[in-house]
Design a protein around this ligand. Sequence first.
Ligand code: SF4
Length: 318
Amino acid sequence: MNSEVYPWGHHRRFNSYTEYIRKTFNGRIQKVVVDAGFTCPNRDGTKGTGGCTYCDNDAFNPSYCNPKVAIPFQISQGIDFHAVRYRRAERFLVYFQPYSNTYAPLSKLKTLYEEALGYPDVIGLVIGTRPDCMDDEKLDYFRELSEKIHLQIEYGIESCYDGTLQRINRGHDFVTSEKMIRKTQERGIRTGAHMIFGLPGESMEMMLKEADILSTLPVDSIKFHQLQIVKGTMMEKAFLEHPDDFHNFTLDGYIDFIIQFIEQLNPEIVIERFSGEVPPRLLHKTSWGLIRYDEVLRLIEKELENRDTWQGKKFKQA
Ligand code: SF4
């Protein structure tokens, strides 16, 4: 076993979200996803109708989520779903995940969040959204809420490059992400970010450079996903037409990339995930197939050990 204790206070070679949760709450906490029936401005015509070219929320949504069902019932079903696979947790975070979960008037948002917080043993919320679906009024409400419960706002950034964001029809630029992350942090609200690697037009060098860019932002935690090309999406069409525009990672290539990336990443940023998991039946044939996240994580940690390296080893303070 590795005897070194890293700046984040444990032996694992990256600043792990699981360990952060364990330390913060002194026990096991389960995240339970709910679908509150939101849409997003990139789908309802406000910014666009087609959505981001890779988007298919059904591919990312757990089977127990159903927006037609009341939030408390979804929470109860989510708890039962996880209890089959893992030891039942005693406390829960409700994760508003699909679509843009701040895209409604504040009065409606409050009703939905408070419904979730009223469920027994729910100790906080994680709210996924786009940076252009947030404003000062909502942030002021979230500041008050975060003084009472555990709250994290998770922004989809996806790429630090405007050229890529345009190409994937994201409907906002990187400056919008940057500004909203800073505004959220200024209010003392825990701030998360979501990134995708392998987007069209991005070279390895560009993706690695994103570690330096993200390291200068006040984000508390981050999730990484490899691009997963879902059947029937605009991204699949783009891939079939111009496969050379994509850096299509193999599993080994992705592990190598992630290790280089986190070596450069600020060690203060907690890493929530290294890769995504979409059911293989929904994916274009070039995917990795059925490899569970636990296995990807095990391989990454083994390779960090083999190379005797860790998150932030090559991080340079700006
Ligand atoms: S912002 Fe999210 S929900 Fe909206 S189109 Fe893009 S990926 Fe889909």
